[in-house]
Design a protein around this ligand. Structure first.
Ligand SMILES: O=C(NCc1cccc(CNc2ccc3[nH]ncc3c2)c1)c1cc(-c2ccc(F)cc2)cc(O)c1O
Ligand SMILES: [Mg+2]
Length: 214
């Protein structure tokens, strides 16, 4: 019968990765997606940039918008200090179901809270629901047309502070032009982009890094 791509990714992890070993989970997904079927994980090239930003910020609080199969979730969670609070938001229940199992296979289920629902519903509730004041790091990797509205919503909800770092995937492909325009022209942001490639391809891509200066 039909097996979805996300199920095939999960099977590749369960077959080829060692339980409790996050690096083997990342390697198994990257091998599957570069040798068998493309999937929209951030991938290893951009993943290394993500790793360096996480290590540099060394965040106590992290928000990820767009869990998908949990690839970037595992990369981030494996680098966090033990006291860190990490929330990842996924709208699609099927993606969330696979991500939970991938995160568990990596042995990181205690490091991250996967929340199912829409960012616009959840962002206003995060402070009270999770006891979080502001986020040190936000990784945007969900619907590209929601990057700008959700960034503004996070600002309005007081979830960003001087020094908060937003890291946005796919600002070129598929692209988030309104978001890039807004943060580049806003005096409140110091922005920087990392040249890279679309996951598992040679297509040009950028990861957009911005520090909130205020
Ligand atoms: O579109 C993308 N990803 C977002 C996405 C996509 C589908 C479903 C969801 C459902 N998950 C979801 C939704 C709303 C949400 N609100 N809060 C959480 C949350 C979670 C999310 C994407 C596409 C490409 C790509 C495709 C094709 C191509 F040719 C080149 C490039 C590459 C990427 O790296 C990408 O990240
Ligand atoms: Mg992406």
């Amino acid at each position: 019968q039909f097996v979805s791509l996300r199920q095939r990714i999960l099977s590749a992890v369960q077959k080829n990765a060692t339980r409790g070993d996050p690096r083997s989970v990342i390697r198994a997904i990257d091998q599957f997606c570069s040798q068998k079927e493309w999937a929209m994980n951030v991938g290893n090239e951009k993943g290394c940039i993500l790793d360096s930003v996480v290590s540099e910020v060394n965040p106590a609080t992290v928000l990820e918008l767009g869990t998908y199969c949990g690839y970037s979730t595992v990369r981030i969670a494996s680098l966090l200090p033990p006291y860190a609070k990490f929330i990842t938001l996924e709208f699609n229940p099927d993606f969330a179901a696979v991500a939970r199992q991938v995160i568990a296979w990596a042995g990181l289920e205690d490091k991250v809270q996967l929340v199912e629902g829409a960012s616009s519903d959840w962002i206003p509730k995060i402070k009270e629901q999770f006891g979080i004041k502001t986020f040190d790091l936000v990784f945007l990797d969900h619907w590209k047309e929601h990057y700008l509205s959700d960034t503004k919503l996070m600002e309005e909800c007081g979830l960003l502070r001087k020094g908060s770092v937003l890291l946005a995937d796919n600002v070129i492909c598929p692209g988030a032009p309104d978001y890039v325009e807004y943060v580049r022209s806003s005096p409140r942001y110091k922005s920087h982009y990392f040249r890279s490639h679309l996951e598992y391809t040679k297509a040009e891509e950028n990861l957009w890094y911005l520090g909130i200066i205020e």
